[in-house]
Design a protein around this ligand. Structure first.
Ligand code: MCN
Ligand code: CUM
Length: 797
């Protein structure tokens, strides 16, 4: 009889274990950056530019210096003396730390005050007099390439205009040929508006330079502390072993906390100059106007179609608005992230994608907000184009997708832009979704409702998302290869400490990582402590974004557990006095093959590692693993939404939303569902209400929560989740695929497609997000498309 442990009972794979981190979070006992108070700590505030584009004629900080309690005023000029006025970005551009020559977006960092308390620092900022000579402002890519456009980045040699890059991928000639042979071409022009992750906790840092030890410790809100350590070492030319970055609890990241921000750099320099800890905590409007934006891309897409519905080719051009500095955090090979993962789940023979990036007078950003490097845009474009094409063909939305899906027996499948899909059951997921939403029934209801003047609509969005960069052959950030790591120490009583190079911001790593150890070693999850975010103790890793933690760090955890198990097997054989080949493993225990009753538990092996090891064996039971995955993971999702649109007001309500997610083996089904619900909520927000836009002078509209809307539980519709389709990842040690972003990536198109379906009879092909009631009403009333960023009137209009 097997004496294996019950995996669910010990909190292993598949257990919906309660989140261990929540016991401190819900008691208010979390330890966020702003909770940390160090002896002698000073406070820093940032003076930001009120205008979007101006030459700085002078900065007079004398009044600020005079205010009692002020310790230091930093300006660009002072930063320049230390060669720190500019810093490199993660996309091989430069970014101003504090402005010297010009300000290039509203909210740009102009000066910093360090004072005894944050209020004095804020007051002192207001005493700094900056003389701005205003310049013409560029707020979109069209203006950026106009002949009369001022050159925003005149600080750069050889920068003739405002174009950052022209990039292409795919097969242009093959695509042209396919289009020439098409029965029909379906076209769409779309805008994905600028949006913002808006985590509850803003960004911040506490730099603590100790002159006596020469050690710099920085507590900060970083999703990738090791990258920050490398950046500080390289930019500030400090020795890497003297830099310790600690990311404590993080109150939501969503990509906002990947980039390197001027505030971090200034707090570090201030601490070095003053030899005291310096804390900078960004305020909400600072966060909303100046940090890590997302999207802001325009797309022209075309599908070449055969009259029976087969897609022959895809052609796309994107204009991306990067703001004043090209600071996307993304793999260096690609200029527009993984936008070319688009149309991956469909069997499209050929495609050509071009992308052009532009500087504008807006905050830099472009890649953050729950996206695996612009996959959100890729999938939105794909599913909006699929919707329009099905309508143009007069085909059923579900049928059109089904007939073009990559079929189960086509894997591994090379996408038109070069990715390798490795597994999936796309049709089955779609079927589960259609069944759950009652598809045929709804189509009937819709027709009946129409007879009564009511507008119902249904929208489908299906996609396979590339998650988990990288493999190191293809993916690096600033030349640092993308892999990840885990270190596991089993103590003598069989309890364990696990550390990884990832960094949870709310995803529940403390809970789920212990489950992987439980699965591999039979050590109950509650006996495993998980630690992340301290570069002095955690093994080197690239951090948490692009839903890479499970695909990469999670794999490393399985691998390190297996290394530990291999050593435990030797200890077991020694203990049981048999040869290693005669020892078998079952969860939590080794036993003698010929005498299964004779066994030792993993805990007994742990004790033996410190008290009874064979001659010549190193004591201890610990190891580490660096994991370089062979491929990305490819979860699949099918989201279906039904809506009712009020023809009088343009207000739309979600009637039902069904989500079918196949993310391979689920470590913790409850946490996976939480991730999906969170992502769907964000998707709903983007489709329905969220955007950051700018008036003609470059004033950022959306710098507060009256203008930038976050849905509460009141507005958010209910979601019906389905996890019954499970295709294990063929290369991941436990078969898991990433999931943290799927719903935010695939969700928006489902909502928009549903509204577009409801207004279909007007002939309107597109309403750009967000689908505010007035935009829907305009489309219904005037029977025309509503495109581009929502208009913003300045005060004197
Ligand atoms: N998981 C699982 N089984 C799977 C896949 C994942 O149990 N097959 C679990 C993981 O163990 C982990 C969670 O689900 O606890 C998310 O895992 P994963 O998909 O690997 O994503 P990451 O941990 O790398 O998280 C990053 C992803 C990104 S990029 C954004 S943006 C985002 C997101 O996670 N930001 C978040 N979800 C967030 N959730 C919260 N609460 N806060 C954020 O800032
Ligand atoms: Cu692009 S948001 Mo997440 O990858 O941190």
């Amino acid at each position: 009889m097997s004496q294996a442990l019950d995996e669910i009972k010990i909190g292993g794979l598949g257990a919906s274990r309660r989140r261990v981190e929540d016991s401190r979070f819900i008691r208010g006992k979390g330890n966020y950056t702003d909770d940390i108070v160090l002896p002698g700590m000073l406070h820093m505030e940032i003076l930001r530019s009120p205008v979007a584009h101006a030459r700085i004629k002078s900065i007079d900080a004398s009044k600020a210096w005079e205010l009692p309690g002020v310790r230091l005023v930093l300006t660009g000029e002072m930063m320049a003396t230390r060669n720190l006025a500019w810093m490199p970005t993660l996309s091989y551009d430069t970014q101003a730390v504090l402005a010297t020559d010009k300000v290039r977006f509203q909210g740009q960092e102009v000066a910093c005050v360090i004072a005894d308390d944050p209020y004095i620092a804020k007051d002192a900022c207001e005493l700094i007099v900056v003389d701005y000579e205003q310049l013409p402002v560029i707020v979109n890519p069209v203006q950026a390439v106009a002949e009369s456009a001022p050159i925003i980045r005149d600080d750069k040699e050889n920068q003739a205009g405002n174009v950052i890059y022209d990039w292409e991928v795919g097969d242009k000639e093959g695509t042209d040929r396919a289009f020439a042979q098409a029965d029909m071409v379906s076209k769409l022009r779309l805008h994905y508006p600028r949006s913002h992750p808006s985590p509850i906790e803003c960004c911040g840092s506490i730099a603590d330079f100790n002159r006596a030890t020469s050690k710099l410790t920085v507590y900060m809100t970083s999703q990738a502390p090791h990258i920050i350590r490398a950046a500080v070492a390289l930019v500030a030319e400090l020795p890497e072993h003297m830099i310790r970055i600690i990311s404590p609890d993080i109150g939501g990241g969503f990509g906002n906390k990947v980039p390197v921000y001027p505030g971090y750099v200034c707090s570090i320099l201030a601490s070095i100059l003053l030899e005291r800890p310096v804390k900078w905590i960004e305020d909400k409007s600072g966060n909303l106007i100046s940090t890590g934006f997302a999207r802001d891309v325009y797309l022209d897409g075309e599908l070449a179609l055969r009259s029976d519905g087969k897609i022959l080719a895809v052609r796309m051009h994107t204009d991306a608005d990067h703001g004043a500095f090209f600071s996307d955090a993304q793999p260096s090979k690609f200029k527009i992230g993984l936008l070319h993962s688009t149309f991956g789940c469909y069997d499209v023979p050929v495609g050509h994608l071009t992308a052009r990036g532009m500087y504008t007078n807006k905050a830099p950003g472009g890649v953050a907000y729950r996206c695996s490097f612009r996959v959100t845009e890729a999938m939105f474009f794909q599913e909006r184009m699929m919707h329009a094409a099905a309508n143009d063909l007069g085909m059923d939305q579900a049928e059109f997708r089904r007939m073009n899906f990559v079929a189960d027996d086509q894997f591994p499948f090379r996408t038109p832009f070069g990715f390798l899909l490795d597994s999936g059951q796309y049709r089955k997921c779609l079927d589960v979704g259609l069944e759950a939403v009652g598809y045929q029934d709804f189509l009937r209801q819709k027709e009946e409702a129409k007879a009564n003047g009511r507008l119902l609509g249904i929208g489908i969005s299906t996609m396979s998302e590339p998650l988990g960069a990288g493999n190191s052959r293809e993916y690096d950030i600033l030349g640092i290869k993308m892999f990840d790591s885990a270190e596991l120490r089993v103590h003598m009583t069989g309890k364990a400490l696990l550390r990884t190079g990832a960094k949870s911001q709310g995803q529940g790593h403390e809970t789920t990582w212990a489950q992987i150890v439980a699965h591999e070693l039979g050590i109950p999850a509650e006996d495993v402590t998980v630690e992340e975010g301290d570069t002095d103790t955690a093994p080197f890793g690239m951090g948490t974004y692009a839903a890479r933690s499970t695909p990469v760090a999670g794999a490393a955890i399985a691998m390190v557990s297996r290394k530990v198990r291999a050593k435990a097997r030797k200890l077991a054989a020694h203990h049981l006095e048999v040869s290693e080949e005669d020892v078998e493993w079952e969860l939590g225990r080794f036993y003698v093959r010929s005498a299964p009753d004779r066994g030792v538990t993993i805990q007994e092996c742990a004790m033996a590692a410190y008290s009874n090891m064979p001659d010549g064996m190193e004591p201890g039971l610990e190891n580490n693993a660096y994991y370089d995955p062979p491929n990305l993971t490819w979860p699949f999702a099918c989201y279906i939404v039904t809506v009712e649109v009020d023809p009088e007001t343009g207000v739309w309500d979600v009637l039902n939303m069904v989500a079918v997610d196949d993310c391979g083996v689920r470590i913790n089904p409850m946490i996976v569902e939480g991730q999906i619900m969170g992502g769907l909520t964000e998707a709903y927000a983007m489709a329905n209400m969220q955007f950051i836009t700018f008036d003609a002078e470059g004033n950022c509209v959306g710098s507060n929560y009256m203008d930038y809307l976050l849905p509460t539980s009141w507005e958010t519709p209910g979601f019906e989740l389905h996890g019954e389709v499970m295709t294990p990842c063929p290369h991941h040690p436990i078969g898991a695929k990433g999931v943290g972003e799927c719903a935010a990536v695939g969700g928006p198109a489902a909502f928009v497609n549903a509204v577009m379906d409801a207004v279909k009879d007007t002939g309107v092909r597109n309403i750009d997000m967000p689908l505010l009631p007035d935009r829907v009403w305009e489309a219904l009333t005037y029977r025309h498309d509503v495109s581009g960023a929502p208009p913003v009137r300045s005060d004197d209009d």
